[in-house]
Structures are given as C-alpha cells and as structure tokens.
Design a protein. Structure first.
Length: 189
C-alpha cells in the first residue's frame, strides 16, 4: 500500500481542547502503531485534510516517523482555501506549523468555504486517492468521521480497500499500558 488516509474525530468531538491533554498521547500512540503495520508493505504517503484533532495529531506522528523512515511523506489536502479562517490564534499557529513541515499541501476547492458540498468533495477525493484508511472512529459514537467511513465501506465493497479502525476500546488498552508502564518506572526508582 503506497497511499494511506488517516482521519477521525475532530478534537472538540472528543472533548479535547488542548494538544497537551493526556488522551492525545494515547491517540498518537494508536495511530503510530497502525502506521507501523503499513510501512513494511511499501507505505509512501499519509494523506489528511488538515482538520483539528486526529488528522493534525497524525501529522505529528508522521513527522516523528520520518526521522526513522525518511521515505514516508505527508500530504495535506484541505477541503477549501483558508480552512483555519475562524480558528483561534493558537490553533492557527499549530496548523501553519504542520503545513510548513508537510511534503505536499494543496486545496481541493480553490475557493473559501461556500457549502457542505466542499466537505463531501473532500471526502470523495481523499478516499479516491488512497488505497486504505486508518480511522479513529467508533460506530457506536457517530460524528463527522461517519461520512468518510460510509464512503470507505462503499469503496471496500467495490475494490480492494483497507479500513483500519481505532476504537475507544483500543485507546483504553493503550491508556492502561501507559499507566502500567509509568507505575513500573516509578517502582524501579
């Protein structure tokens, strides 16, 4: 697999208002674990749309992995120009830092936001350009990833398309591992 889409919930859908929240390290660890499983299969590109939450955290994971796997690249395809127009200054700065480090940045629509059709076009574009996806999505907690998930399911029914879900149960296991490792580290002091 050469091109993999990574997406999922937006940060506010998870109740996370800061990149320093403990849950972010668990999410990034889950994403990293999933990406690792594709690297030996020829993974070259991770693509995202640059939305706050899972996608930008995935970008950070890619930047970390590039230190060991320099062939791995990140492409950001925003749904429209000025995606960050209404974001607060801290989020804009964070977003700009991600875009500056990405290997490729482009907008699917060359206009500012006009309608939800641009978001639908974004989802269709990302699914069409990828051979599989990693989605942080739990079918029991619908949210914005549902639309992307539904498209991925349709593509999987017609073609060979990989859908790798990260669920809340997966995150719970990772959180418990972090807590256990921290406790073991403390006992060794």
């Amino acid at each position: 697999m050469r091109v993999l889409l990574v997406s999922g919930y937006k940060s506010f859908e998870l109740g996370i208002s800061s990149n320093k929240h403990d849950a972010v390290k668990y999410i990034k660890k889950a994403i990293k674990n999933k990406i690792f499983s594709y690297i030996d299969d020829g993974l070259e590109w991770i693509i995202i749309s640059g939305q706050m939450g899972i996608e930008l955290w995935a970008a950070e994971v890619v930047f970390e992995l590039q230190l060991e796997y320099p062939h791995l690249q990140l492409a950001v395809f925003t749904p429209y120009e000025d995606q960050d127009k209404n974001w607060n200054e801290a989020n804009k700065l964070y977003y700009e830092e991600i875009l500056a480090q990405a290997d490729h940045v482009d907008s699917i629509s060359r206009k500012p936001y006009e309608s939800p059709a641009q978001l639908k076009a974004k989802n269709e574009f990302l699914i069409s350009k990828s051979e599989g996806c990693i989605l942080l999505y739990d079918t029991e907690k619908e949210g914005s990833p549902k639309y992307l998930y539904d498209l991925a399911i349709r593509k999987k029914e017609l073609y060979q398309y990989s859908i790798d879900l990260v669920t809340f149960d997966d995150l719970q296991v990772i959180a418990e591992e972090f807590i256990e490792n921290d406790a073991n580290d403390y006992r060794e002091l």
